[in-house]
Ligand binder design. Structure first.
Ligand code: ADP
Length: 456
């Protein structure tokens, strides 16, 4: 899969996900709005019925009064009193218990089973005459700032006019209802599906991101493997070509008579053969590690001896570039338990890298120090160093940092991965300190004794 295809697939998947999330959010909002609208309609319809009932009761009472009055007074007095009755304050016109009962009954009839507060606002005197089945004291001043339940009732959208027909006489009020748990009801049949769709979306999102990460990782790995194959082919081509040239030369009649020359060519063939063998061994070692079935031949070793041997070889290489390898072996007890071949390979690999990645005069220092449970080895170079990002990956198989102008540095990207596996197999630890352009220091610790004596 090419990088562009991955990008397009990722883009399409992201768009579809955004679409799905968008549709879900839209449906949830739609459902909530619908619930709210239904509730609003029911509440207002219930409240209108309450207003009607309250007004009817008041009219009935007035008529009774009127009937009573007609018997006693003439029409003029009657009219005056009726007007007086209409002008009565709102709290005088409403029977507290009747209002409370009818409101509860109407709300239940409209399927609203919710806690509520209610109030009757007297618009003439600008105060709440009744709140929750209780008459309120009329304040002396108008326009009081409302707090608490008064404020909630003020801003509630459930407000219905009372005694609108008496407006001529200046008695008008409003019935206001407030539901503290309104949102619970509105969300009651939505939250479950909202949570469920949230969880499913999160799972899809997780799988999507995970798949992308895996694809990118696999792609990187396959690129690295390709690099490895290219590298390996290149590494084998040179010795094969050299051997072919050497055998052709031996065959030539002028040389076949000359024993010295034949010996020289045979040596070249032998050396190139060795080189190929060591490359093959590296690859085989890696295959072995991958299968995790390697065995360590544990024995008591002098780490200093191994280091000195490796340094001798590394010095030859460093000298070719005008550099030097210094040693500073300070560990008081350098005995460790380990596999001679692998420990030696570890030191060799690190010295080899220190040399390879120091483009000018390698200046390498190998030092040891005593630690509580073992020996610490530091291999320090003043070479090209690494970035933080490179440091994160150097122990991965096939990883090779793009070394910029160091095109000729050969390698398979297997050395450090092998080193780390082996250090861990010896119950040791490996760390790297490095700064781009300044150099790197690899620090390994080996315990004197490996706790688990079984082969790892
Ligand atoms: P190889 O050397 O074959 O590429 P390694 O596994 O030994 O593979 O190293 C992996 C990468 O780590 C190298 O390609 C290089 O970029 C980086 N690296 C290793 N050692 C050093 C060092 N001493 N200084 C700078 N970079 C290093």
């Amino acid at each position: 899969m090419s990088r562009n295809t991955i990008l397009i697939v990722a883009l399409l998947m992201s768009l579809s996900l955004i679409g799905i999330i968008g549709i879900q959010v839209y449906w949830i909002i739609f459902q909530v709005e619908l619930n709210e609208k239904t509730l609003d309609n029911n509440v207002l319809s219930a409240m209108r019925s309450v207003a009607e009932a309250v007004e009817k009761k008041e009219e009935d009472c007035s008529k009774q009064d009127q009937a009573l009055l007609t018997k006693t007074y003439d029409r003029l007095v009657e009219q005056t009193l009726y007007t007086a009755s209409a002008k009565r304050a709102i709290d005088e016109k409403i029977n507290l218990q009747h209002l409370d009962n009818i409101l509860r009954q109407q709300l239940l009839e409209h399927n609203i089973n919710l806690d509520y507060n209610y109030g009757v606002f007297d618009q003439n005197f600008d105060y709440y005459a009744i709140v929750d089945n209780q008459y309120q004291v009329k304040p002396n001043t108008k326009n009081l700032v409302h707090t608490g339940i008064f404020k909630k009732l003020d801003v509630s959208k459930y407000q219905v006019k009372l005694f609108e027909r008496h407006a001529d006489y200046g008695t008008m009020g409003e019935l206001r209802v407030y539901f503290p748990n309104k949102f619970k009801l509105i969300w009651s049949n939505v939250w479950k599906s909202a949570i469920a769709s949230g969880i499913f979306t999160a799972i899809i999102l997780f799988c999507f991101v995970y798949t992308l990460v895996v694809i990118v990782r696999q792609k990187k790995l396959s690129e690295m493997k390709n690099d490895f194959i290219n590298n390996m082919t290149h590494e084998f081509k040179t010795p094969i070509a050299t051997i072919s040239l050497a055998t052709d030369s031996i065959k030539s009649p002028t040389i076949i008579e000359n024993k010295d020359k034949i010996n020289r060519f045979l040596n070249i063939i032998k050396q190139e053969n060795k080189r190929m063998l060591s490359q093959v061994e590296k690859v085989l070692q890696m295959a072995l590690i991958e299968k995790q079935d390697f065995k360590l031949n544990l024995e008591k070793l002098s780490l200093h001896d191994i280091i000195l041997q490796a340094v001798e070889y590394a010095n030859l290489q460093a000298e070719q570039k005008g550099g030097v390898v210094c040693v500073d072996l300070e560990a008081t007890d350098d005995t460790i338990e380990g596999d001679q071949t692998h420990i030696s390979n570890i030191i060799h690999n690190l010295l080899d890298n220190a040399n390879k990645y120091s483009p000018e005069k390698p200046n390498i220092t190998v030092s040891t120090a005593q630690t509580y449970q073992g020996v610490k080895v530091s291999i320090k170079d003043e070479g090209i160093g690494m970035t933080k990002e490179q440091k994160k990956h150097i122990f991965e198989k096939f990883y090779r940092a793009h070394t910029g102008n160091l095109h000729d540095v050969k390698g398979f990207g297997l050395g450090l991965s092998y080193v780390k596996t082996m250090v861990l197999a010896h119950r040791g630890d490996i760390q790297v300190i490095s700064e781009l352009g300044k150099g790197s220091t690899f620090i390994i610790t080996f315990p004197h004794k490996i706790p688990d004596k079984n082969n790892v």
